[in-house]
Design a protein around this ligand. Structure first.
Ligand code: ATP
Ligand code: MG
Length: 153
C-alpha cells in the first residue's frame, strides 16, 4: 500500500499537468509577431485556457514585477511592460512551466538557443518578446493576477 502511494507520487512528479502564465510582451505585439508566437505555442503542444489583450498601468506593472523592485533594471522593466498592450495567456500541458521556459529561451536573447521564441523575436534583455512563469507558486499567482475564474475555459 505504501509502495503504491510512493510510486504514484513519483509518477505525478515526473509528468504533471500544469498551467503557466505567458505574456506576449508589447514589443512583439507592436511588431505583429503575436500570430507567429501563438503558432509556436500551439506547435509545442500547449492548450490555451485563457487569453486577453491588456495594457498594464504603472501600478499593476509594479505589482506584477514586485519581486524585482530595487534592482537596477526595475524602472526600465516597468516602462517597457507599460509601453503598449500585451497579450496574457494561461497555457496548459504536462510540465507546462519548465517546457514553456525552454520554449522561450534565455532572458538575454543573445544567449537564447536556436528555435526559441526569444532567439526568433527578441531584441534585448528588456525587449525580450515574452514572459513565462518560473515556478509553480509564481504560475498560480500570475494566472490569478490576470484572470478571474469566469475568464478561463
Ligand atoms: P520573464 O519574467 O519576463 O519571463 P525571465 O524570467 O527570463 O523573464 P527575470 O529574471 O524574471 O527574467 O527578469 C524579468 C525581466 O526583467 C526580464 O524579462 C528582463 O526583461 C528584465 N531583466 C532581468 N534581468 C535583467 C538585467 N540584468 N538587465 C536588464 N533587464 C533585465
Ligand atoms: Mg521571470
Amino acid at each position: 500500500m505504501q509502495l503504491f502511494k510512493k510510486k504514484s507520487y513519483i509518477q505525478n512528479k515526473k509528468s504533471m499537468i500544469q498551467q503557466t502564465l505567458a505574456i506576449i510582451k508589447p514589443d512583439s505585439v507592436r511588431k505583429n509577431y503575436a500570430g507567429k508566437i501563438l503558432s509556436m505555442i500551439d506547435d509545442n503542444g500547449f492548450a490555451i485556457k485563457a487569453i486577453k489583450g491588456i495594457h498594464l498601468d504603472t501600478r499593476d506593472a509594479k505589482r506584477f514585477y514586485s519581486i524585482h523592485e530595487g534592482k537596477p533594471f526595475f524602472e526600465d522593466l516597468v516602462n517597457f511592460i507599460t509601453s503598449g498592450p500585451c497579450i496574457a495567456i494561461i497555457l496548459e500541458k504536462e510540465n507546462a512551466i519548465i517546457d514553456f521556459r525552454r520554449l522561450i529561451g534565455a532572458t538575454n536573447p543573445k544567449e537564447a538557443d536556436e528555435g526559441t521564441i526569444r532567439k526568433n523575436f527578441a531584441e534585448s534583455k528588456t525587449s525580450n518578446a515574452v514572459h513565462g512563469s518560473d515556478c509553480e507558486g509564481n504560475a498560480l499567482y500570475e494566472c490569478s493576477f490576470f484572470f478571474s475564474g469566469q475568464e478561463r475555459f
